[in-house]
Design a binder for this molecule. Structure first.
Ligand SMILES: CCCCCCCCCCCCC/C=C/[C@@H](O)[C@H](COP(=O)(O)O)NC(=O)CCCCCCCCCCCCCCC
Length: 208
């Protein structure tokens, strides 16, 4: 029985559900479900094939760095991580290449990509590569050098079609998958806007 449970097929529902569990009543973003959501997204990305491994490798490294910080300092929320790192002073924070803040910022920008991409999938546009490129250009692309933008755009051409995509999400019928997206997107948007506000408030949106 345990083996059957362990082999339960991967569903994107639980992954996106993690982002719902992130936001507390005090509008804090909890790190544990945040990182758990990212781990699930990375697994999904890895299942799409080796063309995307340069992207998943970067995401894996960033999640691992944040897990390390979380374990070392016992941070519960994004807010406590930011407070802790800011205490050393803004200049010290900017000088670090391994800070939690600059790493969260990268994932935060990628979360905007995810929000836009999922909205596109939900809208019914069949060409996922177009959806993905549009979402990317409106979010992450402006922070990436030419060579990364080029590699990303080439990889997007290998994306499965919308129908196949909705299927591998493993949420049920197409209608169920679209309904699930409709439920999940606002939670992702919530995590995004709280983080955006936090980083704006502390002038961290351009951390190198
Ligand atoms: C479904 C297709 C997935 C396409 C993913 C779209 C995002 C494209 C990102 C391209 C990043 C290329 C890799 C390199 C990144 C870094 O240079 C760059 C800067 O980092 P640095 O300042 O430390 O140097 N890193 C980043 O901007 C962080 C990128 C993190 C990308 C995570 C993407 C996870 C995607 C999860 C897909 C799940 C799809 C589910 C949809 C139903």
């Amino acid at each position: 029985m345990a083996a059957a449970a362990a082999a339960a097929p991967f569903s994107l529902r639980e992954v996106l559900d993690a982002f719902r569990r992130c936001v507390t009543e005090q509008r804090e973003v909890l790190l544990e479900p945040y990182l758990s959501g990212w781990r699930g997204l990375i697994r999904f990305l890895q299942s799409l094939g080796a063309v995307f491994s340069f992207i998943s490798k970067d995401a894996v490294a960033k999640v691992a760095l944040l897990e390390g910080h979380q374990q070392q300092h016992g941070f519960v929320s994004l807010q406590s991580l930011v407070q802790h790192e800011l205490a050393a002073g803004p200049a010290a924070l900017r000088a670090r290449s391994d800070s939690g803040c600059r790493t969260v910022l990268r994932l935060h920008r990628a979360l905007r990509w995810l929000q836009l991409f999922l909205e596109g999938l939900r809208s019914g546009e069949p060409r996922t590569s177009v959806l993905c490129t549009d979402a990317y250009n409106a979010s992450l692309a402006q922070h990436h050098p030419w060579v990364v933008r080029k590699a990303a755009t080439v990889a997007f051409c290998a994306l499965p079609s919308r129908d196949a995509f909705l299927e591998i999400m493993n949420v049920g019928s197409q209608e169920e998958a679209v309904a699930m997206l409709g439920e999940a997107i606002p939670y992702i948007g919530d995590v995004y806007s709280i983080t955006q506000e936090l980083f704006t408030q502390h002038k961290l949106l351009d951390l190198p």
